[in-house]
Design a protein around this ligand. Structure first.
Ligand SMILES: [Zn+2]
Ligand SMILES: [Zn+2]
Length: 445
């Protein structure tokens, strides 16, 4: 959609809303309390449920990797067109941002990631991935379907929305930093708050889990090349052995967390790659190692990064090797710590509590995993939560990134309803707040 069309759309909507068809009184306190329950009923209605399932299965059959989500993006735009929802495209290559509401602030965003993984699906079912070596094994197909389902509900309620909902379909969550690129486009500059979710195999269906403050680590990746001098394995004195140097480097890297970090400040350094040599009797010229490092604060992250370089280069020098370290942040940007906003946590507890019962809200322990939602939550108040989908009667649910990963489709209505409820009530509350503030100003005058 071009800019002019969007402006015209907003103008039309604004003119339409200038007639006081909608008033805050339409959604009174009792209705506010019922919004979550009503939206869940809507989301569970066979018509909407079947539609969301169908979208999820279509995307599941056609997985696309980060920044290649062209067909997924097209499907999203087709559905938005059918619902007559305005959107902007392309954003960050394949991303789409839809708009529902009156085009005015407050602006609340809901986010879904679109990318799949380079994994061959091993689950035998009717809607198995049709693309060899690619699979939605992190549930992002479900995330897109849920956001479209929420869009359907929100679009039906558009005249009651007290502001604007942005539907953020982002590319490349799995390491590509799609969220960062979306932010760099400037399209989200006016966002007041953002909500994101992830399906989870760690908690039961009908529950949600999250917490206030930092919930996921900041992360980075590194590659290092350790150069020595190759030669005959039986004449080591004529070589400079990079395999031995790399081995010492790996052991030294383990001291960063065990000896230099505060034991109460969670950090990880893992060397997950080691490539060198190809024969029993040849010492290679060089070895490549690579891995990841994680921390829960910017300071610890920066410190780890610096020490990784020092340890690798200096330990290599001890063994008469040369080493270079590459963080390749162009292709694999550092992810910030994911921090959940305190006020949004309260908002989430209210909404989810009304919908599911307060006992279904699980306090989520922080993990060393990462999410590129962190870029959004760093730019404006953000809130990320997980949706439980375990139902023991449906067998074992393998963890994300497994070739045997399955999404329990019964989870979809919960995501649809939570998205729609969180956004609707956020707008209402903030609209009410600003109206009250305006009122008090007038009172003083
Ligand atoms: Zn993943
Ligand atoms: Zn994921």
């Amino acid at each position: 959609m071009d800019f002019l069309k969007w402006v015209l759309a907003i103008y039309t909507l604004s003119t339409f809303l200038a007639t006081p068809i909608v008033s805050i009184s339409i959604l009174n306190k009792q209705e506010l309390a019922n919004i979550s329950a009503n939206f869940l009923n809507l989301a569970k209605s066979p018509k909407l449920f079947d539609w969301v399932v169908k979208i999820r299965r279509t995307i599941h059959e056609n997985p696309e990797l980060g920044f290649e989500e062209f067909e997924t993006s097209k499907l999203i735009r087709n559905e938005l067109d059918k619902m007559e929802i305005y959107y902007k495209y392309p954003v960050a290559v394949t991303g789409v941002v839809g708009y529902i509401g009156n085009g005015k602030p407050p602006f609340v965003a809901l986010r879904a990631d679109m990318d799949a993984l380079p994994i061959q699906e091993e689950v035998e079912w009717e809607h198995k991935s049709k693309i060899p070596g690619k699979m939605h094994s992190c549930g992002h197909d479900g995330h897109v379907a849920m956001l479209l389902g929420a869009a359907k509900i929100l679009q039906e309620q558009r005249d009651d929305l007290q502001g604007t909902v942005l539907l953020v379909f982002q590319p490349a969550e799995e390491g590509g930093g799609g969220a960062k690129k979306m932010l760099e486009s400037g399209i989200l500059d006016n966002v007041d708050a953002i909500f994101g979710l992830h399906v989870s195999v760690n908690s039961p269906i009908g529950t949600v889990a999250s917490s206030s403050g930092p919930i996921m680590a900041g992360s980075g990746f590194f590659d290092a090349v350790i150069k020595g001098k190759g030669g005959h394995a039986a004449i080591p004195q004529n070589t400079i052995d990079p395999i031995l140097a790399a081995s010492n480097i790996i052991v030294s890297l383990q001291h960063l967390v065990s000896r230099e970090a505060d034991p109460l400040d969670s950090q990880v350094v893992t060397v997950a790659k080691f490539k060198g040599g190809g024969a029993f009797n040849v010492i290679p010229d060089s070895v490549t190692i690579g891995g990841t490092f994680r921390a829960y604060s910017k300071e610890s992250f920066t410190q780890l990064k610096q020490r990784i370089v020092e340890v690798i280069t200096r330990q290599a020098a001890v063994q008469r090797c040369n080493a270079t370290v590459d963080f390749d942040t162009t292709n694999r940007p550092f992810y910030p710590v994911t921090v959940n906003n305190k006020a949004l946590h309260e908002h989430f507890r209210n909404v989810a509590g009304q919908m599911l019962g307060i006992d279904k809200i699980i306090e989520k322990k922080p993990t060393m995993g990462t999410e590129d939602f962190s870029f959004f939550a760093e730019a404006f108040p953000g809130y990320f939560y997980v949706l439980g989908m375990v139902d023991e009667t449906q067998g074992r649910f393998e963890s994300g990134h497994s070739p045997f990963y399955r999404v329990n489709e019964d989870v979809l209505p919960y995501g649809v309803a939570l998205h729609a409820s969180l956004a609707t009530t956020y707008l209402l509350e903030h609209r009410l707040k600003s109206t009250t503030q305006d009122q008090s100003v007038h009172d003083e005058l």
